[in-house]
Write a protein that binds this ligand. Structure first.
Ligand code: F58
Length: 831
């Protein structure tokens, strides 16, 4: 991919003195050459671009190490409470420009490399994305790691070092295909393997009860043991001062092979244990919609939760020597329920291993943990079959039963007798075979539970945790998500950043709230022109990416209408496709009508097993083929589906977006973070009152956003009335025409009935209310088109979006976690 070629002067977020700069250039050049020679083992003349990339990354990593050591020493010296962010996903993307930016050496490095005839932008493109996550939840964890370092919080991230991250998506004949991703193929220059830091993780076996004076002691004898080995990646904050650690675990078999079996000639059998053990960190959970690979998933969750807890307890005891002090010195954030088996594991470690009495152990556990909920979707709320858990983690099952018994006994003692209520708050779901409710376990084991937007947190109280919220009314709070501006504005959009620095000075780089000083420029025509010029450069760049990848020419003067996110029915890419078809019908009906040209841009992956989402990808591609090849359409409408959406592609698309599609069924998108990234980069949002869109509207003002559709309570009421959409469709001639054209095979000549099922589904069973919101969405899109024609007014709104979205910085979000949940201090980097 050809990334933005930003000239030196386009990187304004650093301006060291010229002399220092020259000194630095020489030092960086020497450092890179040294790495190339002694670490990569290549001569300058023989080095490939990949060799140069590795050499540069190693030289940059060296620059972090001193401050890393200082940060680690400072964390020990200051005795501060540490924060541990446990997440099965860290969707990091590339690190080269990110690290250079935060260290403030993009330009010196660019110059150093230029003096060696090497182009930094080419090296940037060589780096594979670290795609250790599915979507928003994983990317949030990566943004949070950067902000925790920026705010000098003594924080560690813990996760799994998957050999293979999120699959690579190709589109062939419009259909999605999945291929394994191989980010470690050429090694990972950012990480430090720590083979000496490893923990034994048990599975299966039996629990022995040994009688003691008061209570019996429990000894778990696992039947299988897997070793968790640490790999550390330094995470550097803005201005490079504070550096934290992301520690990812890799699974190893304690014995590499069974020698006797090997010697007997059974080579495959000899390696069987190793393969089974290592499968734990082999691949990122492939599905976000089906309970695939159930047992492997539970093994992954326990593996990383146990390794992380053992590691942090070791560190705590080394530093403080007293397990009783754990909650004073440690805060653990559970990123969704995936690490929530950690609640039972911490109880096991405290009670069985460290001899803490049960009630005190529970106090410590609850004071230590907090939990973030990211979804209300019932299929994404984890429950584990009790028999599976009993077999894989017998001691944990006992502990969960005991936590539950004490919890329910306590409620009965307080007079709660209603069996329905008790069963609703039980850790065990007795319907349809016993299941352990991991959300409930995370809730009970935490002192704070947060949702990720104002609306979502309220819905968490009213729906998934309604009954628990009644019992613990102070436990649920809200921390609206945020995104790191370093990656999503300064690095992704150097043209806009340069304009902002020239206009506002450099203060906003450290303190995003200063972006509001942009407001007075919203009506300044000269500023508007410069603003438009920056946007235009980004659009031209995206047009070149589209041309390279799809051989489709798009017009950079058209309105870029962007929907980029995981493919899911609730996100309603289908609604956007229906709008596209309606637009197409309008153009065909009046080919000579003068309309504002639009490019509909889609990108996103569907879970491999999610057939309906894959069919929607196919439909988008079928519509694209028909529309793009119809001569009557001319340049007025183009449709593109960019394959293999990932962090790097997002960095190319977001700065170029004019319109940001955030059109989920209200009440279903917990927050969204793409909505924040695009608004920050001056796109106007078309969206429902869902997730953080609600807060984006509050901040940017309702005249600078296009809101449509049913609200969350109206969605609930509508569903209660029934979701047969025949009447709705009958009442909307435009919608009828669109659906008929799809069902008739206008976009699928090769297989006329391909979409019959899809059309039937939304006709008779429109759970996501695509049809109910169609007319109001069309009206909002018409309002978008009118505003776009009044370019000054559009520009004004776009500028105000950037000026008013500073609040969506992940620095703000992390400061709220630090204050409301973790009780740790923060400090902001200064020049
Ligand atoms: C996302 N969840 C939410 N889950 O959908 C989004 O609204 C929110 O902004 C974001 O979290 C951050 O809070 C999400 O990305 C997953 O990817 C899960 C991965 C594991 C399986 C189930 C889905």
């Amino acid at each position: 991919m050809t990334e933005t070629i930003a000239a030196a002067s386009d990187r304004p977020n650093e301006a060291p003195e010229a002399e220092a700069l020259n000194g630095d250039i020489a030092k960086l050049r020497d450092a890179v050459l040294e790495k190339l020679t002694y670490s990569v083992g290549k001569d300058r003349n023989a080095a490939s671009e990949r060799d140069w990339f590795i050499a540069v990354a190693l030289a940059v990593r060296d620059r972090m190490v001193d401050n890393w050591m200082t940060s680690v020493r400072g964390n020990y010296r200051d005795n501060r409470r540490r924060v541990y962010y446990l997440s099965l996903e860290f969707l990091i993307g590339r690190l080269l420009v990110d690290s250079l930016t935060n260290l403030g050496i993009v330009e010196p490095m660019r110059a150093a490399l230029a003096s060696l005839d090497v182009d930094l932008e080419k090296l940037r493109d060589i780096e594979p994305d670290a795609a250790l996550g599915n979507g928003g939840l994983g990317r949030l964890a990566a943004c949070f790691m950067e902000s925790m370092a920026t705010l000098s919080i003594a924080a560690h991230g813990y996760g799994i070092r998957y050999d293979h991250g999120l699959f690579r998506q190709t589109i062939a004949d419009g259909w999605q295909h999945e291929f394994p991703e191989d980010w470690l193929e050429f090694g990972n220059p950012w990480e430090f393997p720590r083979p000496e830091v490893s923990y034994m993780i048990g599975f299966g076996g039996a629990v022995e009860s040994i009688p003691r004076n008061s209570h019996p002691a429990h000894v778990w004898h696992p039947s299988e043991t897997v070793e968790a080995v640490a790999y550390d990646t330094p995470v550097v904050g803005w201005r490079g001062k504070h550096v934290n650690t992301l520690r990812l675990w890799s699974a190893r078999a304690p014995d590499p092979l069974k020698l006797d079996v090997f010697n007997s000639g059974d080579y495959v059998g000899a390696l069987a244990d190793q393969v089974r053990a290592e499968s734990i960190s082999k691949i990122l959970y492939p599905s976000d919609s089906t309970p695939a690979g159930l047992e492997l998933r539970l093994r992954q969750e326990y593996f990383f939760a146990s390794a992380s807890l053992q590691d942090l307890i070791r560190r705590h005891l080394e530093q403080h020597g007293d397990i009783e002090l754990l909650a004073d010195k440690v805060a653990i954030q559970l990123n969704d329920t995936h690490p929530s088996i950690g609640v039972a594991e911490l109880m096991r470690l405290l009670v069985d291993v460290h001899g803490v009495d049960w009630d005190r152990a529970w106090e410590i556990t609850v004071a230590t943990f907090s939990y973030t909920n990211h979804t209300l979707l019932p299929e994404a709320l984890e429950t584990w079959p009790a028999p599976l858990m009993e077999r894989l983690l017998p001691r944990h099952m006992q502990i969960i039963f005991l936590i539950n018994a004490k919890h329910l006994d306590g409620l009965r003692a307080k007079g709660m007798e209603d069996a329905g209520k008790l069963s609703a708050v039980s850790l065990i779901d007795e319907h349809g075979g016993r299941h352990v409710r991991m959300g409930h376990l995370a809730f009970l084991g935490s002192h704070k539970v947060n949702g990720v937007s104002g609306l979502h947190s309220e819905l968490v109280k009213q729906t998934v945790f309604r009954d628990l919220h009644e019992i613990f009314p102070d436990r649920i709070c809200n921390v609206t998500n945020g995104v790191t501006f370093r990656r999503w504005l300064y690095e992704a959009n150097p043209h806009l950043t340069k304009l902002l620095v020239e206009t506002l000075g450099r203060g906003f780089l450290d303190d995003a709230s200063q972006l509001q000083k942009l407001e007075p420029f919203a009506d300044d025509l000269d500023f508007q022109a410069r603003w438009a010029a920056a946007k235009q450069l980004n659009k031209e760049h995206l047009a070149s990416v589209v041309a390279d990848r799809l051989l489709i020419k798009i017009n950079p003067n058209a309105l870029f209408d962007v929907q980029i996110k995981r493919m899911h029915e609730y996100k309603r890419q289908l609604l956007n496709i229906l709008d596209t078809i309606a637009l197409y019908n309008e153009i065909r009906a009046q080919p000579m009508r003068d309309m504002a040209p639009r490019v509909k841009i889609f990108a996103g992956k569907a879970a491999a097993s999610y057939q309906q989402a894959k069919l929607i990808i196919k439909l988008a591609n079928d519509v694209a083929r028909v529309v793009n090849n119809d001569p009557t359409v001319r340049d007025q409408l183009k449709v593109v589906f960019l394959p293999n959406y990932n962090v790097s592609l997002a960095e190319a698309i977001i700065p170029a977006a004019d319109l940001s599609e955030q059109i989920s069924t209200a009440g279903m998108e917990a927050s969204g973070t793409g909505n924040m990234k695009m608004a920050l980069n001056g796109a106007l949002t078309i969206g429902t009152l869902d997730g953080a869109n609600v807060e984006i509207r509050e901040k940017v003002g309702s005249e600078n956003i296009f809101i449509f559709g049913l609200k969350a309570d109206e969605v609930a009421a509508r569903r209660a009335r029934g979701i047969d959409a025949r009447e709705t469709i009958a009442a909307s001639p435009q919608l009828r025409e669109v659906l008929e054209s799809i069902a008739d095979g206008v976009f699928s000549h090769d297989d006329r009935h391909r979409y019959q099922g899809l059309v039937d589904a939304i006709t008779y069973h429109d759970y996501f209310l695509v049809t109910a919101d169609f007319d109001s969405y069309r009206a909002a899109q018409a309002a978008v088109a009118r505003r776009w024609r009044d370019r000054k007014s559009w520009q004004r709104s776009a500028i105000l979006n950037t000026a008013r979205t500073a609040w969506f910085s992940s620095d703000r979000a992390i400061a709220e976690y630090a204050d409301q949940i973790w009780n740790v201090p923060v400090s902001r980097p200064k020049d």
